[in-house]
Design a protein around this ligand. Structure first.
Ligand code: PRT
Length: 106
């Protein structure tokens, strides 16, 4: 999963340098972060709708679209996937500690 996302992100970074006439991703990037953010929102809703319709393959397909559009958004905001993975690891450490603490407060 991590390697696949990093490879996808690297491909997106390459497209960032390309002529928008030659690449769909370059055109999406040229449209700007607001357009990309809208695509992220749309794809997230499509994942949720397919999940509600119990369409497993739909959830898989739309999740791939969501991760692609999210990766394009990160690239435009100069966020590297490692920044997100670091936050996941930070939470893992935080919640891992929290789970070991005595539960004195309801
Ligand atoms: N992983 C993806 C990927 N996932 C989804 N998509 C795009 O997202 C679209 C699906 O979203 P929609 O359902 O909204 O499609 P749509 O109705 O055509 O809408 P628009 O995107 O045209 O507005 C697909 O048609 C693709 O254009 C992707 N486009 C590219 N990639 C990867 O990104 C890299 C760069 O791709 P290119 O820009 O095609 O060179 C390569 O590694 C590709 O494999």
């Amino acid at each position: 999963m991590t390697d696949d996302l990093i490879r996808l992100y690297a491909a997106i970074l390459e497209r960032q340098q390309m002529d928008p006439a030659l690449s769909k991703t370059a055109r999406l990037i040229a449209a700007g972060p607001k357009k990309i953010a809208k695509k992220v929102g749309e794809e997230a809703v499509e994942v949720a709708l397919d999940a509600m319709n119990e369409d497993r393959q739909g959830v898989i397909n739309e999740s791939a679209d969501l991760l692609y559009n999210l990766s394009v958004l990160w690239a435009t905001l100069k966020i590297h996937p490692d920044d997100v993975f670091a936050e996941i690891r930070r939470r893992e450490a935080l919640y891992g500690i929290a789970e070991k603490l005595p539960k004195t407060v309801a």
